[in-house]
Design a protein around this ligand. Structure first.
Ligand SMILES: [Zn+2]
Length: 82
């Protein structure tokens, strides 16, 4: 069964959903309840992308301070662009 990753258009929450059928409709955002989240690359593909020479933030080696690192996940960290 494929695991799909979705991103909420409203709050930006990313979550995974285990699809039991290929044609299964996307779930609502578990955080804010907004329907029709945007489907992301599969978890497998995402992990491959992280393994590539990506930004230091994605690999957990952000050179920034604690406050900069807290923004790594959102892409707002100034070090996220390698
Ligand atoms: Zn949401």
């Amino acid at each position: 069964m494929p695991i799909y990753e979705y991103k909420c258009k409203k709050c930006g929450n990313r979550f995974e959903h285990l699809a039991r059928r290929l044609a299964e409709t996307a779930p609502d955002c578990p955080k804010c309840g907004t329907p029709k989240p945007v489907k992301q690359l599969s978890t497998f593909s995402a992990r491959v992308a992280v393994a590539a020479p990506a930004s230091p933030c994605a690999s957990g080696r952000c050179p920034g301070n604690a406050s900069a690192r807290s923004s790594c996940a959102s892409g707002a960290c100034p070090f996220s662009k390698s």
